[in-house]
Design a protein around this ligand. Structure first.
Ligand SMILES: Cc1ncc(COP(=O)(O)O)c(C=O)c1O
Length: 375
């Protein structure tokens, strides 16, 4: 019996096509410029300890799904932070500080972005204030404190922690390094996205086929997805089929693509895919994604733990992969798309397909990782 054909039905909740799809490289690069992208690569690739993260072939899975290649960009090996987020916040800290050692940087975070900011501040010897909601786990708070940040717990949710961060930063003249853009706050989120594009630059150097045909991009506020699309515009000659994947409880990109304008989701249940549980797409990514994403898919949490386990026990590849909760949805959406004949045909997944998946993170929360893979 093969890994997939054991009676298990891989689930998705919704699948939609973007009626406003029109991939325009110049337009994308007017939101995140070639210079922004190139500067980020030049800086980050010169940081101590930098090396490209592995690109792993999921050769066992591609055989089962009858696809040519499936590549998995393994961000569990990104510096010592185990997540692509290390590229964004830390780079934004470097840009904001611009060589000034006397500034204090501040951010509000659910975890990984704050770790990146704290790590970036420590790299440069800057003071760092992190605001977390009361719902952020003690382990995540401690991880940032261990990087030298002053961690402030705020009563209420993420929104409340951001309000407190803005208030205290304004009172004390601290520099806010946020990954989410709002009106009048676009430059710093752009730096974080520029940092994420390093993944695409590395991929281009690493692939051994001449064409990626499909790319599946996890989305929370859309920063990572928007950055990778900008990376496609900057580095690739062809345009792969672009697909975003989100938790069905927080599918803010899917709902916005459906109507053609930013839609806010009232999140009723927090997804296991914690970093992707976001109610509203950020402004800079939206400008990129609204015409450049071809399909959107949403998923329930049902197959997350199983997928993490299968990646972890080398069922999909020759080597074992430590994949966190936010890494699994790329794999799940590919499997469920292949198992649904209509979707498979529509998005042209076949024996010539070379699919790129982003393994966003490793065991960034080790306790949670162990709990999920032992289910
Ligand atoms: C750990 C983590 N946080 C957040 C996100 C979402 O990124 P963004 O909010 O930039 O869309 C992801 C992946 O999509 C992730 O893996």
């Amino acid at each position: 019996m093969t890994i997939l054909s054991n009676g298990h039905l891989w689930k998705h909740s919704e699948f939609i096509e973007n009626k406003n799809f029109s991939f325009n490289k110049n337009k994308i690069l007017s939101s995140l410029s070639k210079k922004d992208i190139d500067d980020a690569y030049l800086s980050i690739s010169s940081w101590e300890g930098y090396s490209p993260t592995p690109l792993i072939e999921l050769d066992k899975l591609s055989k089962e799904l009858n696809l040519n290649k499936i590549f998995y960009k393994d961000e569990s090996k990104r510096f010592d932070l185990k997540s692509f987020k290390a590229l964004g916040g830390a780079y934004a800290v470097e840009k904001v500080s611009n060589g000034n050692k006397d500034i204090v940087v501040a951010t509000a975070t659910a975890g990984n972005h704050g770790r990146s900011v704290a790590w970036g501040a420590r790299r440069l010897g800057l003071k760092c204030k992190i605001f977390i909601s009361e719902f952020v786990s003690d382990a995540r708070g401690q991880a940032m404190a261990d990087l030298g940040a002053d961690v402030v717990k705020v009563k209420g949710n993420y929104e409340k922690s951001l309000i407190e961060c803005i208030k205290q930063s304004t009172d004390n003249n601290w520099q806010i390094v946020q990954d989410v853009a709002w009106k009048d706050y676009m430059i710093v989120p752009k730096y974080t996205m520029a940092g994420y594009t390093v993944m695409m630059r590395e991929i281009v150097d690493q692939i051994n086929v001449n064409k990626i045909t499909h790319i599946i991009l996890q989305a929370g506020v859309g920063g990572m997805a928007g950055a990778m699309v900008a990376g496609i515009a900057r580095y690739l000659d062809n345009v792969p089929t672009t697909i975003t994947v989100e938790p069905d409880s927080a599918a803010c990109v899917l709902e916005s693509i459906r109507t053609g304008k930013i839609e806010k989701i009232d999140i009723k249940r927090e997804s296991l895919m914690g970093g992707m549980s976001c109610g509203e797409v950020s402004l800079v990514p939206w400008e990129i994604l609204k015409n450049s994403v071809k399909y959107c898919i949403s998923l329930p949490d049902d197959d997350i733990a199983k997928t993490m386990k299968l990646l972890g026990n080398a069922s999909f590849s020759e080597e074992k992969i430590i994949a966190g909760e936010n890494s699994a949805p790329g794999v799940i959406s590919l499997i469920t798309s292949c198992e649904d004949e209509k979707i498979k045909e529509k998005i042209k997944l076949n024996k010539d397909s070379n699919v790129m998946l982003i393994g966003c993170e490793g065991d960034t929360d080790q306790k949670m990782y162990q709990k999920l893979i032992s289910q």
